[in-house]
Design a protein around this ligand. Structure first.
Ligand SMILES: *Cc1c(COP(=O)(O)O)cnc(C)c1O
Length: 501
């Protein structure tokens, strides 16, 4: 299995190279040259398997330059009951909301309480094995731009991993207090955390620039280092996410929620388009899915895109209660465009160049029609998000976080508008305790405490929902980091953190 660049199809590398490098030299993203199929027989056999065995089967189809033992080692080290609370790291909770049955795929039982753990607990294992194959003995420098959850999950995944260093940038006022505290208290000898004055897109754009600058690459090379990426553009992030959609389908069949072979709908609260793209890739592999419901917050650039075929990032940026979706440039959309254009690298490159120069592009009629046949886009503003948290708790005693609430709200709107009775799985992407302030105020029960941890306590008293141990243990922990930088200075911050003069 080879991986091509979305912007230059003639590039073809094996998975270890794609994972070690993160992004293609031409600025394109690595995509599998074709989608390996899950046969009906394999899907049936997966019904009986553990999550880890399902993961091994699917991953082996893509990591053809890894041995079975290497893949098993990665999977068995990542998805332990110790790290994810049980043998199934991605369980389904079924609720009734406004009269419809919704199946919430809880992807936040990992060490940092957000779905990013599903990928970032295994990526360091993929990466160290990939570096052994193709790294030439260099240390990997992981550069991360984060809207909150990626940063902490990457830090936790990479801390004290040999031959890696990790540097995380987050927007100073674009993350929740808990997210900031989680990152600034991070342990590990190889980690560095820094805030930037600007929003997530500023951080991401600057990281991408540092990452693809040949002069910077040379400096690192001279110091026996190379950049790699833990952002959701890395193939090693996407692959583990495909697994849980296939696994969710199996669990839906086993629970009697869908007949084997019949389709489900999948709703995903979307920011960088990584999580929903993984669901789409599962479909391309043969998973029975009828529709993908793409849920956005007030930064609804994707809603407009799906409805009109015009991607326009020239619009106001909103800081919302679902900060991990406060994104106007959805990086992984590039991979969908490549796929829907029939693997047309020139066309994909053209859209990306227009996005860079004008901030707007219009896709071909062919792409638009294909997009609209599979995707439905909707958004929830701040009021709708909070109302959903409130109503879901009142109706079912189920507490969800702000991002999941966006998805529930949009899914609810889709069901009412379309009347589509297809069973639906909703990606539930974070523990409500990561966003205690917004969740607590949505429940609208009494006075708001001052400190983050008092909010956690009050939320627990009101709802009885268990506080995840990794969050509870942060109380009173001293911050190790607190630097703030301008985006223009990020490059020198990187060199400084690496000890390069
Ligand atoms: C990252 C994140 C999202 C958005 O996922 P993408 O893959 O960027 O679309 C949604 N919810 C939470 C809690 C997240 O951390």
């Amino acid at each position: 299995m080879y991986y091509n660049s979305t912007q230059d199809k003639s590039k073809a590398v094996l998975s270890a190279q794609a994972i070690a490098q993160g992004i293609s030299q031409d600025g394109g993203l690595f995509v599998p040259e074709s989608f390996p199929q899950i046969t009906e027989k394999e899907l049936k056999s997966m019904l009986e398997m553990s999550y880890r065995d399902r993961a091994k089967l699917i991953m082996a189809k893509y990591l053809t330059d890894f041995t079975q033992d290497e893949i098993a080692d990665c999977v068995d080290s990542a998805y332990t009951a110790e790290k994810f609370g049980s043998e199934n790291p991605a369980p389904i909770a079924t609720v009734n909301f406004n009269g419809a049955e919704l199946n919430l795929l809880e992807l936040w039982h990992g060490p940092t309480c957000a779905f990013k753990d599903m990928a970032l607990q295994i990526l360091p294992h993929f990466l160290t094995k990939s570096l052994k194959k193709v790294g030439g003995g260099k240390d990997a420098v992981i550069l991360v731009a984060t809207s909150g959850d990626t940063g902490k999950a990457a830090l936790e995944g990479f801390k004290d991993v040999d031959h890696t260093k990790i540097i995380v940038f987050y927007p100073e006022s674009g993350v929740s207090a808990m997210q900031k505290h989680q990152m600034n208290t991070q342990e590990g000898e190889n980690v560095y955390v820094c805030a930037i004055r600007g929003n997530f897109d500023d951080a991401q754009t600057a990281v991408k620039k540092i990452f693809t600058d040949p002069a910077t690459a040379q400096v690192l090379d001279d110091n026996n280092m190379m950049f790699s990426s833990a952002n959701s553009i890395n193939w090693g992030r996407l692959l583990p996410q495909i697994v849980y959609y296939v696994s969710a389908y199996c669990d839906m069949v086993n629970k009697g929620k869908v007949a084997f072979g019949d389709p489900i709908n999948i709703t995903v609260p979307t920011g960088n388009f990584g999580n929903i793209l993984a669901a789409y890739y599962a479909y391309e592999m043969g998973l029975p899915v009828k529709r993908f419901i793409c849920a956005s917050n007030s930064n609804n650039v994707l809603t407009d895109f799906i409805r009109t075929g015009v991607y326009n990032k020239n619009r106001d940026f909103y800081t919302t209660v679902s900060p991990s979706m406060d994104i106007l440039v959805s990086s992984n959309l590039e991979r969908l465009l490549y796929c829907m254009s029939g693997c047309n690298d020139a066309e994909t490159k053209g859209y990306m160049e227009l996005l860079k120069s004008e901030g707007v592009y219009t896709v071909s009629t062919k792409i638009k029609e294909k997009l609209q046949s599979m995707f439905w886009g909707g958004y929830a503003d701040e009021d709708a998000t909070k109302r959903t948290i409130h109503d879901l708790f009142e109706q079912q005693g189920y507490l969800c976080d702000t991002h999941t609430a966006v998805a529930v709200s949009v899914c609810d709107a889709y069901i009412r508008e379309s009347g589509d009775p297809t069973p639906v799985v909703i990606a539930s992407t974070a523990s409500p305790y990561k966003f205690s302030k917004a969740v607590l105020s949505a429940l609208d029960k009494g006075k708001m405490p001052e400190s983050e941890f008092d909010m956690v306590e009050q939320l627990h008293e009101i709802t009885g929902a268990e506080v995840p141990a990794p969050l509870a243990s942060l109380k009173g922990k001293k911050a190790r980091f607190g630097d703030v930088t301008d985006k223009e200075d990020m490059q020198s911050v990187v060199f400084g953190a690496l000890g390069i003069k």
